[in-house]
Ligand binder design. Sequence first.
Ligand code: NAD
Ligand code: WQD
Length: 356
Amino acid sequence: MPETVLVTGGAGFIGSHTCVELLGHGHDVVVVDNHVNSSPEALDRIAKIAGRPLAGAYRADVRDRKALREVFSSHPVDAVIHFAAHKAVGESAARPVEYYDTNVAGTCALLAVMHEQRVHRLVFSSSCSVYGDAGTVPLTERSPVAPTNPYARTKLMCERILEDVCDHLPQLKVLALRYFNPVGAHPSGLLGEDPRGVPGNLMPYVAQVAVGRRAQLSVFGDDYPTPDGTGVRDYIHVMDVAEGHRVAVGHLDDRTGMRVFNLGTGTGTSVLQLVAAFGEVSGRPVPYRVAGRRAGDVAELVADPSAVAAAWDWATTRDLTAMCRDAWRFQELHPDGYSCRPPRAGGPTTGESPCG
Ligand code: NAD
Ligand code: WQD
């Protein structure tokens, strides 16, 4: 049954693709986003791709209970997907209070208002980073958790809070999805990943090198115990992540309480494999140099996705080629992201961009 879904952080990378997916399956979608890490432009593009408008879009902070109440009062919200959060691992160590405030206090504010408004169905954005380096791959939902940075601790803390609140409120239904490494873009090229400043993550960095916005990639370590020595991750197409959320909303009523699922493909890809795949798809070899290991990195993080497959009869379908192809299409169409103008024809195509 189509429902009205409130999407916090709906203008962000994963949120925007999820809005398209929800609209495409008949849901009405309301977005709350303060645009601290996104462009309002994404909202127009969501409507353009979906061929119909959002039911509502509010520039508001999820910690602002009064603003949230107004949103809930204006729409018949059936379920909430809570993406709004800060997500940069390195930054979280430099600005821990901001991370705990937005990620943990924001989740508490949302839960309080949901309870007041009698909305009891929630899909929560968790992260594979809660596993840290304690487990052996592939990681199941029962693998030990051992977060290694403040960002990951905020996500685990939210999971714990959600468990406690579910114990207290028997009507509550929560699905916490631990995504592995979401990458790629909408196949239209209209929506994609537009990080502010220097990308911290591999795929957007590679894409910016390929488009000439950055000179070369630094490969963080080639001495890991992996086949080629570089870090191995479970990259998952953002459209599969979006689809997973739409499917999750349909499974919220399977039972009450809190459930945790991995969202990954089960396939590991090394840094050099991704660089090679991107070069092939884009036709632009990606220059790189091997640098030292990045603090806090682990050798390998790969999901066991079988729990989701069993519970929802659903699995990811898009491979690494599709991830690179779609990321490249977005990057090529938006060399400087949503907010900066494309370079002048005949202008410089290499070097650092003034957009950061
Ligand atoms: P993103 O930064 O692109 O999107 C987050 C959105 O939330 C942005 O639009 C931002 O403006 C908004 N936001 C942040 N703080 C807010 C606040 N206080 N009030 C309202 N809006 C606020 O990030 P993303 O990659 O789309 O990630 C979405 C969610 O998925 C996050 O919770 C993140 O922790 C989680 N996650 C992301 C990844 C990943 O690699 N991208 C992996 C695992 C989990
Ligand atoms: C992938 C691989 C790097 C950049 C992060 C968060 C995690 C989750 C997903 C939110 C690693 C290497 C990277 C570069 C490189 N996000 N790399 N050069 O660290 O696996 O996961 O995003 O929840 O919480 O920690 O992703 O894309 O940063 O790195 O060599 O310039 O690429 O060392 O092996 P990561 P990533």
